[in-house]
Design a protein around this ligand. Structure first.
Ligand SMILES: [Zn+2]
Ligand SMILES: [Zn+2]
Length: 278
């Protein structure tokens, strides 16, 4: 894909062998480097911070999709088994590059960097506010890689994010799910094809608490998270909420989201830390 992440990345991580070796090497070699471009600046350099799209309120109460006003659900809401969803960023530009590095090169610092933003997306405008307090005695779990994929990569990006988010929220993190069917790449499949390929792909390993937080790196249409939430509900969960580091959306976001520093009071300082803005 010309102009995509692979064309622009300054770091060369090509074969699976190199990937394994690179796991955590990036953390050692590039401490405090921009998660988007690898140049100076943490967590994002000023140029990358400008290109980050922040998904803040007002918007959909269920999935956090920014809109001009507040609604209870929207066209981008994840499937039914996911009770609610939150993500701090749109999956594009520097955020996409950062998550690709976390996923394929095991740049662990990325998980710690995203955790405060994910926490903020949750607590800034708590999803389904009256029930949020129940989560104070809940657990955090994640959408697991299959055993083969995990072995190949040596690293599960969703687990790394879940552990970092759980630390922020002060909740225990528990491996509750296992992937019993390994699916191929999802990117080129349609929504219906994804859902079909994923049916029954996850199983709960233990009885979950009634309310819990599921973590993944990216929310696209929610087919994977929906299957996980369904498996957890079959095992006894009542309300499964989803937190991802970023998400893609079916239509453009309001202009305010593209000007995060000016428009989102709470999140601006976090971005400023990296960009060393004014
Ligand atoms: Zn950068
Ligand atoms: Zn929604």
């Amino acid at each position: 894909m010309a102009g995509g992440w692979s064309a622009r990345r300054p770091l060369s991580v090509a074969s699976p062998t190199v990937l394994r070796v690179s796991t955590s090497l990036l953390d050692v070699l590039l401490p405090g480097r921009c998660l988007g471009c690898g140049r100076a600046g943490w967590p994002f350099c000023e140029a990358c911070a400008e290109r980050v799209t922040v998904l803040g309120p007002p918007g959909c109460r269920r999935c956090g999709r920014p809109l001009e006003g507040t609604v209870d659900r929207c066209a981008d809401c994840p499937p039914g088994p996911v009770a609610w969803a939150r993500a701090p960023f749109l999956y594009e530009g520097p955020v996409r590059q950062a998550l690709m590095r976390l996923k394929f090169a095991g740049w662990r610092s990325g998980a710690a960097a995203f955790a405060p933003w994910m926490e903020e997306a949750l607590l800034d405008e708590p999803p389904l506010a009256p029930s949020w307090r129940r989560y104070s005695w809940s657990v955090v779990t994640w959408v697991p890689l299959g055993r083969r994929r995990r072995r190949e990569r040596g690293f599960d990006q969703a687990e790394a994010l879940a552990r970092a988010v759980a630390r922020r929220l002060g909740l225990p993190v528990v491996r509750l799910l296992e992937r019993v069917v390994e699916t191929g790449p999802q990117a080129r499949r349609s929504g219906a094809e994804r859902r079909e390929a994923l049916r029954g792909a996850f199983r709960a390993r233990a009885r979950p608490p009634p309310w819990l937080v599921l973590v993944d790196d990216v929310l696209t249409r929610g087919a994977t998270a929906g299957e996980c939430a369904q498996a957890l509900r079959i095992a006894g969960a009542v309300d499964v909420g989803l937190v991802t580091a970023a998400r893609s959306l079916g239509s453009p976001v309001p202009a305010r989201c593209r000007d995060p520093v000016r428009s989102t009071g709470l999140r601006a300082p976090v971005l400023r830390v990296g960009g060393r803005r004014r």
